[in-house]
Each structure stands twice: as C-alpha cells, then as structure tokens.
Design a protein around this ligand. Sequence first.
Ligand SMILES: [Zn+2]
Ligand SMILES: [Zn+2]
Length: 262
Amino acid sequence: MSDLVGTLTGMWDSVLDLLFPRRCVACGARGWPFCGGCWQSVALLGPPGCGRCGRPFEHAVEQCRDCPPGPVSWSRSAFLYEGPVRRSLMRLKFSGNRSVAEALAPFMAAAVIKERSPPRDTEPVVTWVPLGRRRKRVRGFDQAEALARSLAGVTGWPARQLLRRVVETTPQARRAGAERKMALSGAFVATAPSPERVVLVDDVLTSGTTAAECATVLHGAGAKEVGVLSAARSLGGPVPLRCYNPPGLQPGSVVAREIASR
Ligand SMILES: [Zn+2]
Ligand SMILES: [Zn+2]
C-alpha cells in the first residue's frame, strides 16, 4: 500500500515538475534553489563565528562589533546579502514570488537549529517585522511574513502576527544611526501578549535597529527572549572564503533533507 502511495506521490511530483519546473530563484535558469552558476557566488553564514550574531570569523568569539543592539538576544542569518541572494530577495519583495521564501526557509531553519536548537517544551513562536498597511496594500504582499510562514512550515514552530507597524517610515538607507532610531521609535505596537520565546523574522538584517525596536515592543508585551532570524545579512566587511560554495550544501543536499525530515 505504501509502495503504491510512494509511486503515486512520485508521479504527482513529476507532473508538478513538468507544469512548474523549479527554477533558480535568482536568475531563472534550471536548478533549485540556485543554479550551479549562482551557487558559486552564494555565501552561507555558518560557524565558527560570533556566538551572539552568528557573523562568521576564523575563530569563535562571544560577541562582535556587528552584533545587533541589546534588546535582541541573538541573531542568525542564512546568507550574506549580495549577488544571487540579493536578486532572489528582490524577486520576493517586488514580484511576490513566494517560491523564493520556500527556497530560502530551509537554510534559515538550518542556521538557527544548528546552534540554537530549543528544548521541545519551550518551542518559540515565529513572528515577523511587518510592513505598514499602506505599503502592504500597494505591494499586495509582505515578504517577511512569507519567510516567517515558510520557516514555520519547515520547523513546525507556530507562526503568529505579534506586531503591527503603525508609522510608515521612509526608506532608511540614507539615514544615520541616531536619526534612524528616532524615526523608528513608536513605529510598532504589539497586537497580542507575547509568548516568552520569539523568533523574529525579517528578509535582510543590516544594523539591527528595526529588529531592536521590535524586540523592545515584544519585551514590553511579555517576551523574555527575542532572537532575530533573517534570510540574509548585509555586512560591511568580508566573510571568510569557506562560506562560499561549501561542499555538501549543494541544492537538495544534507541541509534541505535534514530539515525536511524533522
Ligand atoms: Zn541562477
Ligand atoms: Zn556578533
């Protein structure tokens, strides 16, 4: 019986492959989640590195200059924000291409489970840094929510909206640190009492100012630990070469299978 189910599932998968061939989420060539060419410019962020923020170094350190601000307990990111990863997140953000979230979520799960595997009885709740209502309406899509829901699907952790953005801030790229902090203050409110352990998802982690503002609000609503998990991280300095094209992490390899079987 299970053989029959297996065969039927296999056939169905082949039909889906024919109808929707899985294409590289960065460039559209054949390959999943990235094609062979794109994989070579993808940097996966993994240990050894900073215990608090996961920034890779040659040796393990407890914290580093790039750590996000205090209210964030820890942070992890799957990839360096550049090249194909940057392109794929643009596709998620501006074309609402959900397969990008599906493609990146197993790597986000791997980044957090490897080092921060929680005991079963204190599983965290997954939430996200929400877009403002107006921007969500214009775009029709919240990329951080899509990543959070895909992550919940991979890990089995529940996903819940715990924050609402009440002030639509202007794009932050050109603001300096203090000015950025001011602009964000009061931008988020809690929509419910917060569970004790929260994993806050965003697409890109840069300085961590936005995440820190969200963490402050979540702490005010009852959270004891707010960790941040992003698909990608924007870093000023270089990362060790070992992060590129690592052996054993090719499409459909150990990471994806290990997570899929959890
Ligand atoms: Zn590609
Ligand atoms: Zn750090």
